[in-house]
Ligand binder design. Structure first.
Ligand SMILES: [Zn+2]
Ligand SMILES: [Zn+2]
Length: 339
């Protein structure tokens, strides 16, 4: 600035880097930075998850083949080929060309858990706009059962009686729950339990719940109730898959086959009261595996939002699919503002 030149009274001071004409481009760089970080983080964790699931899936397929169970080929085909939307450098979306949708498939179980928890969280938030109360996590357990079917039906019957109790209605305004089971290799039996998210009106203490639960089950009294501090985590906990696929490999053949041959359409979720509308769209066929929902609308021919190159579809196998996620470090990302 030459001496004697005065800024006009109303103009902004020209502070380096803060000039208003530069602001949009700085913001854009910032946005691209954030985008890149988010992309990289999600991409890495996705690749880790896939890498973890691969050996479990291989083991389950091998065992199905050995027992010549009918689902072996479906499971083997599931998530073996992917259609990938890419610019050659960034993988924006990847769909498996075929999904088996078996509850014991590690890939389909993970996808389903993800989708259901997103759905449920939104619906619970919606119900809570009109209903007041405390969101709590309630777990009801029953004694171990020799068969999965036996354990599940006993628990379902017990819960049906439990929710009919006046004391239940007095305390619980709404509930949403999922059945879960684990396998105990030592005792060779199933531990079936019910995880619920409840909207509690009046305070209800654990020992009173336990008494009522013992009353309806006849022999089980182990219950747990705690307030949910983080609704997102709470919902995730309930919507995670009904069984750890790794548990399958601990089972002897007869139990393994029992799980694998479980009747299609066996109900694993329940809801009622003000959460009655938290019905789950378990049969959603249109589910895709968008890495990020913000890229869900892109298709072949569109410009890559990260580098502007044209996007195209590519078919890859499972190993290449995992590799693509690992390659998504983006060294050549150009940080310029095109405007
Ligand atoms: Zn599958
Ligand atoms: Zn790109």
């Amino acid at each position: 600035m030459t001496p004697g030149t005065q800024l006009e009274p109303n103009s902004q001071p020209l502070i380096s880097g803060r000039n208003s004409t530069f602001t949009p481009s700085l913001d854009t760089v910032q946005q691209v930075d954030n985008h890149e970080r988010e992309f990289r983080r999600a991409s890495q964790s996705k690749s880790e998850r896939w890498t973890l699931r691969t050996p479990t899936k291989r083991d389950i397929v091998a065992r199905l083949e050995r027992l010549s169970a009918e689902d072996a080929s479906r499971l083997k085909q599931c998530c073996s080929t992917f259609r990938v939307l890419t610019c050659g450098q960034h993988t924006l979306r990847a769909y498996p060309t075929f999904r088996c949708k078996k509850p014991f498939c590690p890939d389909c179980a993970a996808e389903r858990a993800n989708r259901l928890s997103r759905q449920t969280e939104a619906k619970i938030a919606e119900a809570m706009q009109t209903h007041k109360g405390r969101l709590c996590f309630l777990t009801l357990t029953t004694k171990n059962a020799a068969t999965l079917d036996g354990g599940l039906s006993k628990l379902k019957k017990s819960f049906a009686n439990f929710k009919r109790k006046k004391v239940f209605k007095n305390h619980i305004k709404g509930y949403f729950g999922a059945f879960e089971y684990t396998f105990n290799a030592k005792t060779n039996d199933f531990h079936v339990h019910l995880h619920l998210i409840i909207l509690r009106g009046k305070f209800w203490n654990q020992s009173d719940i336990s008494d009522v639960w013992r009353d309806v089950t006849g022999d089980s009294f182990i219950v747990d109730i705690r307030e949910i501090k983080d609704a997102h985590k709470g919902v995730k906990e309930v919507c995670k898959y009904p069984m750890k696929p790794a548990d399958l490999m601990k089972m002897p053949d007869d139990k393994f086959l029992e799980v694998v041959n479980m009747k299609k359409g066996t109900r694993m979720f329940i809801s009622g009261g003000c959460f009655y509308n938290v019905k789950l769209d378990d049969a959603d066929d249109a589910a895709d595996d968008s890495i990020f929902s913000q890229f869900a609308d892109l298709t072949e021919g569109d410009a890559c939002p990260l580098c502007n190159e044209e996007l195209f579809d590519l078919y890859v196998n499972r190993a290449q699919h995992i590799g693509l996620h690992e390659l998504n470090a983006m060294p050549n990302l150009i940080k310029t503002n095109s405007s």
